[in-house]
Design a protein around this ligand. Structure first.
Ligand code: SF4
Length: 404
């Protein structure tokens, strides 16, 4: 497992207050130049340079006079994301980036390469983070275990994309897809996520087609409704994991606030309004959510919908009592969905040996919790899932910060 340190670890400095240039709308930059008596085309020059893969420092923006470059550098950051570590796996097809932000917060992105196959062109898909940590607390997720750190700024989101695009450009390749499925719940940082999508989609900035952008949610119903009202035509992905409320209360704790039927209803409205198929994700956990009863419940829930289900074997996360479902169990699950007319794909888990499940690298840096803490967590999950499997709803509170 190659480990490539890009920048040595360092003590966390104070958060850099300068906004990131890639997160600014054209108007903000134009206003900054106007205040200095500069013409409006300066904003265009800077924006073009920011989105040029060759620009790595404000000093590279040679269309600006030196004095303006210095003033720009004092007011803004060209880069808000520092690569601390890049790990490769799957024979180089998966690249996991652990990024240190200016205040020391760690976030992850994963670049997955899919070689050309059959009539399909090669694809390069980047999975990005929208928050440092996550308040939702799904127990099978290393980020959920870390808890919530903070929302990312717009530039911190899009700079993950600029970094990956720059790495690809060095080999003459282009990023083809971006998915918001890394650390965090994107719809709990929705304003910044929407601004990031706008920057990625804008032909004069990153220029990625909306159909190549996927925003994932664990089921923040007001956020889904807001997206439906705004109507951006990107793909909505819903982390479903279970179709029965008692089990979903445990696997996706915000289900205690927005039950699964409400989530699917909101997703259905989104599909109807945008014409885009909704993707549902289900992490398959042996003996927990992979039974024929669960498959039938999911088939009943999604029957007749403009939807597709991805079944993903659980990544081995250290602090749960659970393991991935066996292949034949997932195949049976997919077959039951298929019999109900619900299409499903079994996805291979990329980069398991590099800890590619979201949050695993950051969790490694956070250090191993005390054995007693791990034992208590495992015992709680055994107890909660036993209740759920008896059909009892959770009486645990909605996680702080997700239910407003
Ligand atoms: S799976 Fe997603 S929503 Fe759940 S804790 Fe992890 S990052 Fe948050």
């Amino acid at each position: 497992m190659p480990v490539l340190p890009i920048v040595p670890d360092q003590a966390a400095p104070a958060r850099d207050p300068r906004p990131g240039l890639a997160g600014l709308g054209g108007g903000e930059l134009a206003a900054w130049f106007a205040e200095r008596g500069e013409p409006a085309y300066r904003a265009r020059q800077v924006s073009d340079a920011v989105w040029d893969r060759a620009t790595t420092a404000v000093e590279d923006i040679r269309t600006l006079p030196a004095a303006l470059r210095a003033a720009l550098d004092a007011a803004f950051r060209l880069d808000t994301v520092g690569d601390t570590e890049l790990r490769l796996s799957d024979g180089g097809l998966t690249e996991k980036g652990l990024h240190r932000l200016s205040d020391g917060a760690l976030v992850e992105s994963v670049l997955m390469h899919y070689p050309a196959r059959g009539g399909q062109r090669e694809r390069h898909t980047l999975c990005i983070s929208s928050q440092a940590g996550c308040a939702v607390g799904c127990p099978f997720c290393a980020t959920g275990e870390l808890g919530f750190g903070r929302d990312l700024e717009t530039a911190e989101i899009v700079d993950q994309v600029r970094h990956a695009a720059r790495r690809l450009a060095a080999d003459g390749r282009r990023l083809t897809n971006v998915v918001f499925m890394g650390m965090g719940e994107p719809l709990l940082n929705l304003d910044r996520v929407l601004a990031a999508v706008d920057a990625l989609n804008d032909p004069r900035r990153f220029g990625l087609g909306a159909r190549h952008i996927t925003v994932s949610t664990s089921g923040v119903v007001p956020g889904i409704r807001r997206l439906t009202a705004l109507g951006p035509p990107f793909t909505l992905a819903v982390s479903l994991h279970a179709a029965r409320d008692p089990l979903r209360d445990v696997l996706v704790p915000l289900n205690r606030r927005w039950p699964v039927a409400e989530v699917v209803e909101a997703a259905r409205e989104h599909a109807a309004a945008t014409g885009r198929r909704v993707t549902y994700e289900a992490t398959m956990i042996g003996g927990i959510n992979d039974t024929e009863t669960d498959a039938r419940a999911m088939a009943d829930l999604l029957r007749g919908d403009h939807a597709h289900v991805n079944l993903i074997p659980m990544n081995p996360v250290a602090h749960t009592p659970w393991t991935a479902s066996p292949d034949e169990v997932i195949e049976r699950f997919a077959a039951i969905l298929g019999e109900a007319g619900v299409t499903a794909t079994i996805r291979r888990n990329r980069g398991q040996e590099i800890g590619a499940a979201c949050g695993q690298l950051a969790a490694e840096r956070a250090g191993e919790p005390a054995p007693a803490v791990v034992a208590r967590r495992r015992a709680r999950l055994v107890d909660e899932s036993a209740h759920a499997l008896r059909g009892e709803r959770s009486d645990e509170p909605v996680p702080a910060g997700v239910g407003e």
